[in-house]
Design a protein around this ligand. Structure first.
Ligand SMILES: [Fe+2]
Length: 274
């Protein structure tokens, strides 16, 4: 048996220090052999240097996310949203050379003892894997095919990037979502597992999520962590990094955006409210 049995999988921290501290405290109580961060340490929120330092302090195995790569100039922000691109530029101005070098040195993929492959976006593309989003059955199937064909023999690939947690199982040629928060892994199946996001939720549930993966007991568990999301939120607003109308509940914000777009006023109002 290898040295790494219990893994804590985290992803998409996005410079949210309060969420990361709360998540690491919860992880510490479960004594993993290794913490793995599946990319996007930085972006959107205001504590990139602190989050990088904290992850280095706990000897986290970090994968490069698209935001990490953009901040250190390895990819452009052409395909990023306004808010994301603004945060990349803001972050770049605030990180020292050591932190930028750290981000530049992150691998796109990692093989953890031939048991788990770790990526940010997807396993299958030869290049640009950090930008591919596994948010459809078709794309997940391509990564499943890459996992089955992988010379390591690993049956689990951990990914992030979508900010939505999920355990996807390929068994007997059919893929399906396993919706439970605790999944016993089948030896004959392959898995794509996504721990969700620590610091940048895309739903109304602001809790950080991560996963504990026990490769010996073959169990993966989704963990939810509560923290005071108002603190990082206030900091992003103060720094001018929050999206327009971010103080409104998501359904109200979306309805308002649709209405303003319909009458051609979205961009001017957004500039005024930034
Ligand atoms: Fe992300």
């Amino acid at each position: 048996m290898g040295l790494i049995v219990k893994l804590a999988l985290i992803s998409d921290v996005h410079a949210n220090l309060e969420a990361l501290e709360a998540t690491l405290a919860d992880i510490a109580r479960r004594s993993p052999d290794r913490i793995v961060c599946l990319g996007d340490i930085v972006g959107y929120n205001t504590n990139p240097a602190e989050c990088i330092a904290l992850l280095r302090q706990v000897d986290c195995l970090c994968i490069a996310g698209n935001h990490d790569r953009a901040v250190c100039g390895e990819i452009t922000t052409e395909t990023f949203s306004d808010v994301a691109a603004r945060a990349v530029a803001w972050t770049r101005r605030r990180l020292g050379a050591d932190a930028i070098d750290f981000l530049r040195g992150l691998p796109l993929k990692a093989n953890i003892e031939d048991k788990v492959l770790a990526v940010h976006g997807a396993l299958h593309p030869e290049s640009g894997c950090e930008t591919v989003r596994l948010d459809s059955d078709d794309r997940r199937l391509l990564s499943f095919e890459a996992l089955v064909a992988h010379p390591s023999g690993a049956r689990i690939c951990a990914f992030g990037h979508t900010h939505r947690h999920g355990v996807y199982e390929l068994r007997g040629g059919r893929a399906r979502l396993r919706p439970e928060d605790e999944v016993v892994l089948d030896d004959a199946a392959y898995y794509l597992v996504n721990p969700g996001t620590v610091g940048e939720p895309r739903t109304r549930d602001w809790r950080a999520t991560y996963m504990m993966l026990d490769t010996a007991r073959r169990i993966v568990t989704v963990r939810y962590v509560t923290y005071d999301a108002a603190v990082p939120f206030a900091k992003t607003r103060k720094a001018g990094l929050a999206p327009a109308f971010s103080y409104l509940p998501v359904p109200v914000r979306d309805a308002l955006k649709r209405g303003l777009r319909a009458v051609g006023l979205y961009e001017p109002v957004k500039r005024l409210t930034r």
